[in-house]
Design a protein around this ligand. Structure first.
Ligand SMILES: NC(=O)c1ccc[n+]([C@@H]2O[C@H](COP(=O)([O-])OP(=O)(O)OC[C@H]3O[C@@H](n4cnc5c(N)ncnc54)[C@H](OP(=O)(O)O)[C@@H]3O)[C@@H](O)[C@H]2O)c1
Length: 242
């Protein structure tokens, strides 16, 4: 997919923060963006306007039935599906000794299970087109590469996304590529806290990331040839190497 012109790309969790930045960037590149949201309808409508009136779709990604309906609606309204960016996720921070079954399921239902079923549904819809040249980009995390003690459950979900990306790249080749962007620290309105200042001090690039930095990585995978698949791109200012 060398250009996004006339391509339909679904971005999950696109109403706010990183997903919003990805959706707006892809629309600027000429894509028809299908904007998924969970609860943030007003923000999704705002992103729709910024994306030239792009369609919005609500779905609770905890439910596989809702995921199936989401992809059916995108296909029906947009006519085709060329790309999927699995961005929606949850984050919590707990001492592993305190994590309950409910805490574990809260994270894994969205961060890992939903990403798998979105990949499955996305691949099925893409394969329905005779000229399929599909692209899936899963947003993982630096936490899936480097272990952090106070969110082991989240790190496990994102490490799962990374390994699942590699497995699905094999499963869906050669018609669909599956890659992952692993963001570093992308704060929104929390830039001037002691914690973020400490992250900046430890980051070789001497700054935190932005939604645009992540969108740039996503764009690379969407536009790359099908010779690029199963890859993980850390967009983290070099933090994973520090
Ligand atoms: N921000 C960072 O520093 C950072 C670092 C590493 C990795 N990442 C990854 O980058 C991606 C974007 O990060 P972010 O901070 O922008 O994410 P976020 O704000 O925490 O979440 C993105 C969106 O996910 C949607 N979502 C969550 N649970 C859902 C559910 N059950 N059903 C439907 N939608 C659901 C929410 O949509 P609604 O608001 O519409 O409900 C939310 O706006 C995530 O995959 C995250 O793990 C972020």
């Amino acid at each position: 997919m060398s250009t996004l012109h006339k391509k339909v790309v679904l971005v999950t969790g696109a109403a706010k923060r990183v997903g919003r930045g990805i959706a707006i960037r892809l629309a600027r590149e000429g894509a028809t963006v299908a904007i998924h949201y969970g609860g943030s309808e007003d923000e999704a409508r705002e992103v729709s306007e910024l994306c030239g009136g792009a369609p919005i779709f609500r779905a609770n990604l905890e439910s596989v039935a809702e995921i199936e309906r989401l992809f059916a609606r995108v296909k029906a309204e947009c006519g085709r599906l060329d790309g999927l960016v699995n961005n929606a996720a949850r984050f919590t921070r707990f001492d592993p000794l305190d994590v309950t079954e409910r805490d574990w399921d809260y994270i894994h239902s969205v961060n890992l299970k939903a990403v798998f079923f979105c990949c499955q549904q996305g691949a099925k819809r893409m394969l329905e087109s005779p000229d399929v040249d599909g692209r899936i980009v899963n947003i993982s995390s630096l936490g899936g590469i480097r272990p952090w003690a106070d969110h082991a459950h989240y790190c496990a979900s994102k490490a799962g996304v990374i390994h699942m990306t590699r497995a699905l790249a094999k499963a869906f080749a050669p018609k669909i590529t599956v890659n992952s962007v692993a963001p570093g620290v992308i704060p929104f309105g929390e830039e001037d806290t002691p914690e973020v200042r400490e992250w900046i001090r430890r980051t070789p690039a001497e700054r935190v990331g932005t939604a645009d930095d992540i969108a740039e990585g996503v764009l690379y995978f969407l536009k790359a040839s099908n010779y690029v698949t199963g890859q993980i791109l850390a967009v983290d200012g070099g933090l994973s190497q520090a």
